[in-house]
Design a binder for this molecule. Structure first.
Ligand code: S3P
Length: 171
């Protein structure tokens, strides 16, 4: 898989809780290429947490920063990049990703996503009255766009290693 990758980046896209960072990190280890999580990189350059960025500047400013960070990260592959759930939904960011890498949608159903995001409360988009319904609404809106990714892998409720093997076979 490493030889086939050449200088291209693998860019994980999909909703929060799909396992983009966990699976992406393991795929990068297997391929012996660097792994970068765009949320972590955004927090590093802004010296703020994602929640603070949303609260201070709003979602639109966050998206603009996210686009710039991802554009820069795509230069000089090969790398594995895991993106925040909204990144691929943004037209600008999606264009950059299409040029700079192989996009891979980790697709998961609502129960799997909920099970994973439920335990954490750092996601500003889920600070609503009914976070599960919010998650379901995000799925409805975003799934047709994630479907434009080059590859789709079902992130089922199995051991991560199994998903990693499937990703490596697909690229
Ligand atoms: C977001 C997902 C988050 C983070 C921000 C917005 C989204 O990333 O970028 O809270 O719009 O879905 P994860 O998918 O890593 O949780």
């Amino acid at each position: 898989a490493r030889a086939k990758l050449g200088r291209r980046n693998i860019v994980f896209v999909g909703l929060m809780g799909a396992g983009k960072s966990a699976v992406g990190r393991m795929v990068a280890q297997q391929l012996r290429v660097p792994f970068i999580d765009t949320d972590v990189e955004i927090e590093r350059v802004s010296r703020m947490t994602i929640s603070e960025l949303f609260a201070t500047y709003g979602e639109e400013e966050f998206r603009a920063l996210e686009t710039r960070v991802i554009k820069r990260l795509l230069r000089g592959g090969p790398k594995v990049i895991s993106t925040g759930g909204g990144a691929f939904i943004n037209d600008n960011t999606r264009r950059h990703i299409a040029r700079g890498g192989i996009s891979l949608w980790l697709k998961a159903d609502l129960e799997v996503l909920w099970e994973r995001v439920n335990k954490r409360d750092h996601r500003p988009l889920l600070k609503t009255e009914n976070p599960k319904a919010t998650l379901a609404a995000l799925m409805e809106k975003r799934y047709p766009i994630y479907a434009e990714a080059n590859l789709t892998i079902e992130s089922r409720d199995v051991r991560k290693e199994i998903i990693v093997t499937e990703v490596l076979a697909a690229i």
